[in-house]
Each structure stands twice: as structure tokens, then as C-alpha cells.
Design a protein around this ligand. Structure first.
Ligand SMILES: Cc1cc2nc3c(=O)[nH]c(=O)nc-3n(C[C@H](O)[C@H](O)[C@H](O)COP(=O)(O)OP(=O)(O)OC[C@H]3O[C@@H](n4cnc5c(N)ncnc54)[C@H](O)[C@@H]3O)c2cc1C
Length: 433
């Protein structure tokens, strides 16, 4: 191993397992400098009068970073935790610890790639290379049966060919030992106040008490597969609305990278071998493929996903009083119990089921005729599991300006409530307490 120092820049990959940048850095360098930076741009107000990161997700992020720091310490290392702009801080850290190269996982959405471009430029001036890795999806983009620009805009077409011809690489092993500079500065985590984030108390009716970090994410994976066999019935239960177990609840850990999607895939494969495969075990992989898909779509269509016309460039109809209607939707005051119950759950817990999300999004766009990007920005603030591709990709889909091949799909909210909440238990839970 050469006398080399590599800076490992953690972003949305807050884990030790299946983490190529961490493993390769420990293999290629004698010393590594693991860094996480709380960037103030992620905690500011947006043009939509929302916050980029609300209190629930900020808390989850703090817990995830704390867990990562602890795990790195257990391996003999540590994590530098800083607050500021990465393009200013990373070159400074490089100077201080004589860093030769910086590693990070490439992101897909424009704000994230703008930041890494700025870091790359700043490092370039110091003749230090920023090496990009791919590490957020099950499928590595190079193992897909098409280049990104040719990925079909219809999911089913993408899925069929990918399932037939794509391969999923094995997960990376975890490093056994981390060596950091002897004089590595001791740092502590900021508080919610330092980040400018609010304290949100989670309502006791929450579907699940999310706690950030790889340790909790891996524990949830073990629970859902091995301890309870819930995976075996996932396809039947996944459209549920109440409680921790109707779906995997992996999303928040996947979004922060506390769980690797590829690790989840291989664990499901192991489960299938040991306890049997069925349509439920397949269906969780199917849903994870949606997650991959939206990420690849972001790579293909770029910022168009943030525009109201989407990549279809469609005109949308707006109600004259859309501002007023939007306020009612946000505040769970539409008068439609199924919508209000879901919005209340989101506001008080930072989570909403997939069924709920489909309905409230469709209702905002198709019934209230409000600009869908406002709803997406509101979800961005509130959701614990927010990530740009899954959120904006799904919103564009529901709004009919993204990947939905069917024209004018419109949820009948009353029918949805009857089908998925036949006894009204979910509505009662959130509206009568
Ligand atoms: C309007 C709207 C906005 C959404 N915003 C987000 C978001 O910001 N972050 C996010 O992770 N998911 C988002 N989703 C997708 C989905 O609702 C959540 O991933 C899911 O409800 C999380 O619960 P779970 O982990 O128990 O899901 P499960 O049903 O157990 O699914 C397993 C995993 O598959 C992935 N997945 C499932 N459905 C989808 C989907 N439609 N699109 C992409 N990935 C999917 C997730 O990673 C999920 O954790 C959104 C859906 C809609 C309709």
C-alpha cells in the first residue's frame, strides 16, 4: 500500500457495508480522512416557501451521521463532521492533512452535482483529483442493457429488458480497519438549532419510529426478512396504511445510504434460497427497481424533472385560487377525510404510505388543479425518506408529465378510501384523536 492519503467524502452513503469509496480508499491509501459536511444550502428556505430539510429528516440525518462516526471509531478511525460549503472546506482539509485524492459517490440531481462540480473545480486548482464512484442503485449503470440516454421512458419496457439482460454486482465487503491521521481534529455533531432545523416531535400514532443510521437500517432489514418473515407476504400487505409492518419501511435508510439497495437485493436472494422465493420476495425487488429507474431517469432528463411541464413539456391546468387550495391541502383541511388523514400523518410523523402518497398527489393535481411542483417541494421538506429522484420522479409521474404512459390517470379518492381503508380505521386513527 502506498504512502497516500485519501479523503472519503460521505454524502448520501452513510454506511460501512457495501461502500466502494470507503473500501477502495482503505486499500489504496495508508491513511484516510473520512468527512461529512452539513451544507447550509440543504437547510435553507426554498423558492416555494418551504424548507429544503424539515425537522424530521434533519433529526434522522444527525442520527445517521452519529452512527457512522461511531462505526468508524470502532474500526480505529473517526469521522470529521463539519458545517459549511464543501467546495471551501474540502480543499482546506486536503491542505491540512496532505490529501492526495478525494473520493465520493456521484449524485444525479442538479443541486447535488453542482456542488460536486464546485468541489472538483476547487480541487483542480490544487491539482487534486475528485474521483467519482457509482453506489446508490442495485444496478450499476454500466451493467444495464442500454446507455442512459436510450433508457426507455416506460418503466415496463425498461424492467423487462433489464431483468433479462442486466446483472447486479456483488456487494463490497466492509473494511476491517480504518487508519486516520494521528492528528485528526476531534469534531462533534451540530445540534438541530445549529442547522437551523426545527424540533419535530413524532406523534405516537406514527407507523414506525425511524431512527437514523446503518445499525438501525440493517436491524430493520434483518427484522423484515429473517426475524418475522414479513417479506413472504409483502405483495399482499404493501398497500396497507397502519403500522410498521405492512411494508418494509426501508426507504429512509435507503435514501440516506444507511442501507445499500444492492445489499438488500442480495439479502433477499439469500432469503429466497433459504426460505423460498414467491411473488412477494420478487415484488420487493420490483419496487427497488422503481427506485433505480427514477435515478436513471434523472440522469437522462436532468433538471426537466423539476419543471412543471416535466420532460413531456406539457401545459397544466390551474385553479384560479390554487394558493388557497394548496394551503388547505398542506394543512389537512380539504374536507376529504382520506386526504386529510394522510396529510396529517405526514405533518406529524414525516412519513406517509405509498398508497397515501399516490392519493394526495393525485388529488392535489387532478382534483384541486394546483401546480404539482408545490406539492413536491412540500414533500421535500416533510418526508424523512426524501430523495430527489424518487420524490420528483413520482410526482411528475402522478402529474402526467413524467413516466406514466397512460394519459389522464385520475384516482377516485372515495373508491380508493373504500378499497384500502374499508372500515375507516385509518381515517379514524388520524382524524378522531
Ligand atoms: C408522490 C410520491 C412521492 C414519493 N417520494 C418518495 C421519496 O422522496 N423517497 C422515497 O424513497 N420514496 C418516495 N416515494 C415512493 C414510495 O412511496 C416510498 O418509497 C414508500 O412508500 C416507502 O415505504 P417503504 O420503504 O415501506 O416501501 P416498500 O413498499 O417496502 O418498498 C421498498 C422500497 O422500494 C422503493 N420504492 C417503493 N416504491 C417506490 C416508488 N414508487 N418509487 C421509487 N422507489 C420506490 C423504496 O426505496 C422502498 O423503500 C414517493 C411516492 C409518491 C407517489
Amino acid at each position: 500500500m502506498s504512502e497516500k492519503t485519501i479523503l472519503v467524502w460521505f454524502r448520501n452513503d452513510l454506511r460501512i457495508h457495501d461502500n466502494e469509496i470507503l473500501l477502495e480508499a482503505t486499500q489504496k491509501a495508508s491513511t484516510i480522512v473520512p468527512v461529512f459536511i452539513f451544507d447550509p444550502r440543504y437547510f435553507r428556505e426554498t423558492i416555494f416557501n418551504t424548507k429544503k430539510t424539515g425537522g424530521f429528516r434533519a433529526q434522522f440525518l444527525l442520527e445517521s451521521v452519529a452512527d457512522l462516526k461511531k462505526s468508524l471509531q470502532k474500526l480505529g478511525g473517526d469521522l470529521l463532521v463539519l458545517q459549511g460549503n464543501p467546495e471551501e472546506l474540502i480543499p482546506q482539509i486536503c491542505e491540512k492533512y496532505n490529501v492526495n485524492e478525494v473520493y465520493h459517490h456521484r449524485e444525479v440531481a442538479s443541486e447535488e452535482t453542482d456542488i460536486s462540480s464546485k468541489v472538483e473545480d476547487a480541487l483542480w486548482k490544487k491539482q487534486i483529483n475528485l474521483k467519482h464512484f457509482i453506489g446508490h442503485t442495485m444496478y450499476h449503470k454500466e451493467d444495464l442493457p442500454f446507455p442512459i440516454k436510450d433508457i426507455p421512458d416506460v418503466f415496463t419496457v425498461f424492467r423487462k429488458k433489464t431483468e433479462r439482460e442486466g446483472i447486479i454486482r456483488p456487494a463490497f465487503e466492509s473494511p476491517q480497519k480504518i487508519t486516520v491521521p494521528k492528528d485528526l481534529e476531534e469534531t462533534t455533531l451540530p445540534s438541530l438549532e445549529d442547522l437551523g432545523a426545527e424540533h419535530n416531535r413524532t406523534d405516537h400514532r406514527t407507523a414506525i419510529k425511524f431512527k437514523g443510521g446503518e445499525t438501525e437500517g440493517l436491524a430493520r432489514l434483518k427484522y423484515y426478512l429473517w426475524d418475522t418473515d414479513l417479506l413472504k407476504t409483502y405483495k399482499k400487505t404493501r398497500n396497507g396504511l397502519i403500522g410498521a409492518d405492512y411494508s418494509s419501511k426501508f426507504s429512509a435508510w435507503l435514501s440516506a445510504g444507511c442501507l445499500s439497495a444492492r445489499e438488500v437485493y442480495w439479502e433477499i436472494k439469500k432469503y429466497e434460497q433459504e426460505r423460498g422465493a414467491n411473488d412477494s420476495t420478487y415484488w420487493l425487488i420490483f419496487e427497488l427497481l422503481w427506485r433505480d429507474y427514477f435515478r436513471f431517469m434523472f440522469k437522462k432528463h436532468g433538471t426537466q424533472f423539476f419543471m412543471e411541464g416535466g420532460f413531456k413539456g406539457k401545459e397544466n391546468e390551474h385553479a384560479e385560487n390554487q394558493e388557497e387550495l394548496f394551503e388547505k391541502w398542506k394543512n389537512a383541511e380539504t374536507g376529504i377525510p382520506f386526504i386529510d388523514a394522510n396529510m396529517k400523518e405526514l405533518n406529524l410523523t414525516g412519513f406517509m404510505s405509498n398508497r397515501g402518497r399516490q392519493n394526495v398527489a393525485s388529488y392535489l393535481v387532478k382534483d384541486l388543479k394546483v401546480n404539482w411542483t408545490w406539492g413536491a417541494a412540500y414533500f421535500e421538506e416533510k418526508l424523512i425518506d426524501y430523495n430527489p429522484a424518487s420524490n420528483w420522479g413520482n410526482w411528475a409521474y402522478v402529474a402526467g408529465v413524467g413516466n406514466d404512459p397512460r394519459e389522464n390517470r385520475h384516482f377516485n379518492i372515495e373508491k380508493q378510501a373504500d378499497d384500502y381503508d374499508p372500515k375507516g380505521e385509518y381515517r379514524k386513527l388520524w382524524l378522531e384523536n
